[in-house]
Design a protein around this ligand. Structure first.
Ligand SMILES: Cc1ncc(C[n+]2csc(CCOP(=O)(O)OP(=O)(O)O)c2C)c(N)n1
Length: 596
């Protein structure tokens, strides 16, 4: 049976068909749906771990017990998991372990555009890369087979386009899961003290040679000989783009991007005169082929940055735009991202933006408050960085920094990598104030549960982390809880905590609007034009339902000035308003009123 599936759904399905019953990961676009899909299958164990390092370590434990473990993360997650990863390459996996690295060329939803193929070379691990959903389903099985056969962790790389595009997939039979788990002790292989690791280090090089031999005959590395004049070496999604514009060229399509098959590449080079290497981001394949002494054209003409499309490839090779347009001539109005109407983060950042402090931010929905009009966040590097940055800045500024440095971090992000730096603040006597934005979910990546929501991935009730108790246990003396929908108290508490010596933690408790119980639905608000003086105080909240109408754009009979020089009035779209009351609180003339 053929079904339309995204790359992510196909990976989950392929793993399940192949008898994989164990998965762990941490959410991150574009990888998230893999675990979400897999978790719905019968008889599997799947978990959201607190971060990618933990997810990989959970997977290592499962694999050492003999299971097939699927570990899922976005590209930057591999940075977090890198410590166990490099040594896992030495120990091998016993069962099987495949790590999905979901890369994001063009940074659709990421803080950087790193090319994780480099990790395969760096950690001396094989990497496979599919070009569509069918290949995603087929290759995930091959990846598990490679892992088991060569006793190695295997990288499975996707990019956003492969993860999220849908294409037809033939469903396969389900391999009944065989339980081959058992406790097997082998200290020489799994205890990586120098004496043992030195021996394993040599094994890694030998394994890489055997994998190179495997790559020579791996059917996913295939030649399509057409035009003998021009050939393309490519992998992943760029293969589809290139085939679209140059169907008659010859191709060497690589399904395994590390290690490369030198004999196959030499063979291809002997069959075509001119070769282009088409790959997004780094010249990863190109440099290795050039090092084989083969003359190819790559980054001299293709961009280093962003996703490709058929037009990019055509322009680079032909030197001019394609005759036919690949995109419809529709101009889509720009829509900058914004916090949702009723978002609990808005009240907090409205206050922070006016406090004249430096706010070291973190990654999550709240990062959006760096933009106008809130401008309440001033740095964002990677998950968990806010706390260490706030501490470092306050130490460097000394007296000048007193009462002036805040770190802000989401609940999921705090659990991911904020606990250790908070402990550091207590230990090293910090003066900064840390705000944990507890909206009861991992909102930015699609509302996943985490250890403080009280629910597992399967929706089972579980232990619920108490942020206030944890902060106290780490040694933070000043811990406060605020309601970010109450602007006055939020401002008061922030000022009080900034004035105190020593580190403080403020927990901003307000559930994400999408997590709110429908019974808590509040009445929408509207503007009374008889009272509005056009001061734009409500506009300063950056709330999507609130807009501004100039008198000049209104029909004559509607124009009414309440104060001299007034140029217009605010307007609230009641269909979008969630009734959070923030605009009512900032309006000094009582022009914001409930819709009856
Ligand atoms: C290492 C790493 N893993 C995953 C992500 C993807 N990601 C971005 S923000 C975020 C968590 C956001 O949740 P939270 O901190 O609770 O803030 P919210 O969006 O709910 O406001 C995740 C998982 C990432 N950017 N980096």
């Amino acid at each position: 049976m053929k079904v339309l599936m995204s790359g992510n759904e196909s990976i989950a399905r392929g793993a399940f068909e192949h008898g994989v019953r164990f998965a762990a990961g941490y959410p991150g676009t574009p990888s998230t749906e893999i675990i979400e899909t897999f978790a719905k299958y019968d008889g599997v164990y799947a978990e959201w771990s607190p971060n990618e390092k933990v997810a990989l370590e959970v997977g290592i434990g499962a694999a050492l017990a003999g299971a097939k473990a699927l570990i899922v993360m976005k590209h930057v997650g591999v940075n977090v998991a890198a410590d166990p990863l490099f040594t896992l390459s030495y120990t091998g996996t016993n069962g099987a372990l495949v790590i999905i690295t979901a890369d994001d060329p063009s940074l659709h939803s990421s803080e950087n555009e790193q090319d994780n193929r480099n990790y395969a070379k760096f950690a001396k691990m094989p990497m496979v890369e599919p070009a569509d959903s069918q290949e995603a389903k087929d290759y995930i099985k091959i990846a598990f087979d490679i892992s088991a056969r060569f006793d190695t962790p295997v990288f499975f790389r996707t990019t956003t386009r492969v993860s999220h595009s849908k294409s037809l997939v033939t469903l396969g039979d389900l391999t009944p899961a065989k339980d081959s788990t058992a406790i097997r002790i082998n200290a020489a292989k799994y205890v990586m003290v120098p004496a043992n690791a030195r021996i394993r280090r040599i094994e890694v090089e030998k394994r890489l040679q055997r994998l190179t031999e495997f790559a020579e005959t791996f059917p996913g590395n295939r030649m399509e000989i057409n035009d003998p004049e021009t050939g393309i070496i490519t992998a992943g999604m760029p293969y589809n783009y290139a085939k679209d514009v140059f169907p008659d060229f010859s191709y060497l399509k690589l399904g395994m991007v590390y290690p490369l098959p030198p004999r196959l590449i030499h063979d291809f080079a002997s069959k075509v005169k001119k070769i282009y290497v088409i790959e997004e981001l780094d010249p990863f394949i190109e440099e290795q082929i050039k090092a084989m002494g083969i003359d190819v054209i790559g980054k001299e003409i293709f961009p280093y940055t962003n996703e490709f499309d058929p037009g990019v490839i055509h322009r680079a090779i032909r030197g001019k735009k394609m005759a036919r347009s690949i995109l419809p001539d529709v101009v889509i109005p720009p829509r900058p991202p914004n916090l949702c109407p009723g978002c609990p983060h808005r009240g907090l950042f409205y206050v922070l933006g006016k406090l004249k402090t430096f706010v070291a931010g973190d990654i999550g929905c709240y990062t959006l408050s760096f933009m106008k009009p809130l401008e309440g966040l001033h740095a964002c590097i990677c998950m968990g960085a806010s706390i260490g940055m706030a501490h470092g800045m306050s130490k460097a500024l000394k007296e000048k920094g007193k009462g002036k440095v805040v770190g802000v971090i989401g609940d999921s992000t705090f659990i991911h990598s904020g606990i250790t730096p908070l402990l550091n603040m207590a230990y090293n006597k910090s003066d900064a104030v840390i705000v944990i934005c507890d909206n009861r979910t991992t909102a930015m990546t699609g509302m996943q549960d985490h250890p403080a929501t009280g629910y597992t991935l399967q929706g089972e009730k579980t232990k619920e982390l108490d942020f206030a108790k944890l902060a106290s246990a780490l040694g933070i003396e000043h811990v406060r809880v605020i309601d970010p929908y109450d602007i006055k108290t939020t401002r008061k508490v922030m000022k009080e905590e900034l004035a105190k010596p020593g580190a403080s933690v403020v927990i901003s408790e307000g559930a994400c609007v999408f997590k709110r119980d429908t019974k808590d639905a509040r009445k929408a608000f509207k503007i009374d034009p008889e009272k509005c003086i056009g001061c734009k105080a409500c506009i300063g909240l950056g709330c999507p339902p609130i807009s501004w109408v100039k008198f000049a754009d209104m029909p004559k009979q509607e124009v009414k000035r309440n104060v001299k020089k007034q140029e217009g009035v605010a307007f609230i779209d009641k269909e979008l308003c969630s009734g959070c009351t923030l605009c009512e609180q900032v309006c000094n003339v009582g022009a914001v009123i409930e819709v009856i």
